[in-house]
Design a protein around this ligand. Structure first.
Ligand SMILES: [Zn+2]
Length: 322
């Protein structure tokens, strides 16, 4: 039962999966630590507008990177990607959910925002409902099947503007039908967008939400590295991006066990995106072109691994290469 997903997995990971601003273009078999360090972090490094705090209610932000506040609060956000390739793997028995991470989040009672693809909600309706009905969690829209809304975007396939609009709507309908929750926020697949893509999301009544701290958990086998990236980046009002699909973010749960206690020791409160934006006006990008894109990165000149495969350990099964 496991053989088919194992054989197919590298293809799905490369062709299908989230393609976030780190190791997306890196072969699964290469060394994740080096790959992560070498990749650009465009959305995380955008210059930020910090609007002055005034008495009037803030207008709807064009796109949110974080919030302006001096209170020690942080919004952990998690993406749940799904596309046709991943769905095929799921039908072959593969599970794209990190229950170790979700159980830990539930046990700690932290607030968080989960950006769900519509296809993920349809594939895992019971899990989607459980997450969406947890009052600690806010649910966002992450498109229906995770295409690029602007290219290049780490190898994600591009679709027409019409399809982009339907991706937003289909996801909204699927998530609401499955969970009973209508998202207010949208996260672009891969974090890539342009002006027309922003217009499409706003026309659907949603607010685009990026991040200003990239956990670099995608394809990263090193929880200490993920935790270090988050702990170095978090400031009051930060939004952190992470993933909950397990196979393409294998160390997120272990990293959370480092991140959450460390931030709690610093006095941080974990909030949803809505709670964060209630505490202060949105921090927004300054780029007047309103474009975030990312070409697939060059292959890393790393030593080819001798072998890769799933290994069972005390924290469950992990995919490693030696
Ligand atoms: Zn994604």
């Amino acid at each position: 039962m496991r053989r088919a997903p194992l054989l197919l997995l590298p293809v799905f990971l490369l062709a299908a999966v989230s393609a976030y601003p780190q190791a997306a273009a890196t072969k699964v078999g290469s060394q994740p630590a080096q790959a992560v360090i070498a990749h650009p972090l465009l959305p995380a490094r955008q210059e930020e507008i910090r609007p002055p705090v005034v008495g009037e209610p803030a207008p709807v932000p064009r796109i949110v990177l974080g919030a302006q506040t001096t209170r020690p609060m942080v919004a952990l956000t998690f993406d749940l990607d799904m596309n046709q390739g991943m769905a095929a793997a799921a039908r072959a028995g593969f599970r794209w959910i990190n229950t170790d991470a979700t159980s830990y989040l539930e046990s700690t009672n932290v607030h968080a925002t989960l950006f769900m693809t519509g296809m993920w909600a349809e594939l895992y309706p019971a899990e989607a409902r459980q997450l969406a009905t947890n009052p600690n969690f806010e649910i966002g829209n992450h498109s229906y099947s995770h295409p690029a809304f602007h290219s290049p975007c780490y190898g994600l396939g591009s679709v027409s503007r019409t399809v982009q609009a339907s991706q937003v709507q289909r996801a909204q309908q699927a998530i609401e039908r499955v969970t009973g929750v209508a998202p207010q926020y949208f996260r672009f697949p891969g974090g890539c967008y342009d002006r027309s893509a922003l217009d499409i999301v706003h026309a659907a009544g949603l607010i685009p939400v990026q991040w200003n701290v990239n956990s670099m958990d995608a394809f990263n086998a090193y929880p200490q590295q993920i935790a270090a990236a988050v702990l170095a980046g978090v400031k009051p009002g930060s939004i952190v991006v992470m993933h909950l699909m397990r196979a393409n973010a294998p160390s997120s749960a272990a990293a959370l066990r480092l991140i959450i206690p460390a931030l709690q020791r610093r006095g941080y409160e974990f909030v949803t995106v809505s709670e964060l934006l209630a505490a202060g006006p949105a921090i927004q990008p300054t780029d007047p072109r309103e474009v975030v894109e990312a070409a697939p990165t060059r292959p890393m000149p790393t030593r080819a691994p001798q072998s890769c495969g799933w290994v069972s350990g005390i924290k469950g099964r992990v995919y490693i290469c030696r």
